[in-house]
Design a protein around this ligand. Sequence first.
Ligand code: PLP
Length: 465
Amino acid sequence: MRYISTRGTAPVLQFDEVLLAGLARDGGLYVPETWPQFTADDIKSFRTMNYADVAFAVIKPFVAGTVDDAALKTILDDTYAGFNHAAVAPLKQLGANDWMMELFHGPTLAFKDYALQVVGRLFDHVLAKRGKRITIVGATSGDTGSAAIEACRDRDNVDIFILHPAGRVSEVQRRQMTTVIADNVHNLAVDGSFDDCQDLVKALFNDHAFRDEIGLSAVNSINWARIMCQIAYYFWAGVQLGAPDREVSFSVPSGNFGNVYAGYAALQMGLPIKQFVVGSNSNDILARFFDKGVMKMDGVHPTISPSMDIQVSSNFERLLFDLYDRDGAAIVELMTEFRKTGIMEMSQGRFAKARELFDGYRLDDDQTRAAILDVYQKTGELVDPHSVIGIAAGRACNRDHTVPMIALATAHPAKFPDAVKQASGIYPDLPERLSDLYDRPEKLEPMTNDAAALMAHVRKNRRAA
Ligand SMILES: *Cc1c(COP(=O)(O)O)cnc(C)c1O
């Protein structure tokens, strides 16, 4: 499988190079040159497989030529054996044709584990083959750092440094990061804000000599490998509910558009999907887009669903690429205009094409809390503020009640206990395997808000080659 950039001019790459590159050199995002195709019989054969085997079948064509079958199989078996539910991604029925898929049974209780746990292992595999090492440096406002840390812990060829603003992340969030005691994991509590943390990381990436010296890398949400792993659970859910003989629909609480784009990829590969509902919080750039066909930047508003607090949905460019018939020059023009004016307007024809599949829906914090209470009272399920946006948006926009609507539950309620308690009156307990989180020892170091000090720290503490 070869990969091309959405902006048309970066080199065409193989999977291993795309994995390590992240963003394309022309500023675009990598996508597969063609979509692998599954026949109805292929999809039917998934019905009797376990989750890891479905993931193997789905991912195999994307890594063909760079990761051999035996290695991929081991990576996937090993990854999902570490999840905390026998079904890995269990479906729960909330009403007639109203379902949710729980994607929070990984080590950090959010859906990002389903991809990052694989990506960490793929990094190690590809780096070992090349005799290379990388150093990952990233900033977190609390929520995404732990998934990256859990993905990289105990990897031989990866060191990871995660910066968080000291005293400004919740205790659950901090402890999910700092209780990972491993030689290659470094938590740095920065004397500053989240923006300061991001600026420090940027300063390191902009120092090209330093970047090359330590093999600086990131595990950001535009990495193709993450999307690829997420495609698997769309097939998994689809076949549980009757695909390919029956259509299914999905409702996805969205931020960077990575999760729902993976569903779009599943459709391109042959899964019969009727509709996608894109759920937003008050950071509703996507919901507004699907309303009018105009993408307009706005500031970032803090909400009770912080993992969806985004200004721009970076993965949307991948969908745009298809909507513009894979014309890289057209994407360059659109994105340049968007960066300059903060507005991107699509032709009515292309917008109509997008709307055949996608609906957008927004819930503010009050509506989100009301929806948590409503789901709890009607079904007994306690759901987190991200997941409930998927559930409520799916119900609000459902176009065909004869088709199962599957909402993706992206985080465990115990990950956002205060918001859940406020909405429902019930404080959600951590799952058994994390129940001693508050008693575990922590490992973190203070860091001044200074790029030179950070560079010195990374140099000194990363493991030697
Ligand atoms: C990251 C995240 C999202 C948003 O997913 P995108 O792929 O960025 O659209 C939603 N819910 C939770 C809990 C997340 O961690």
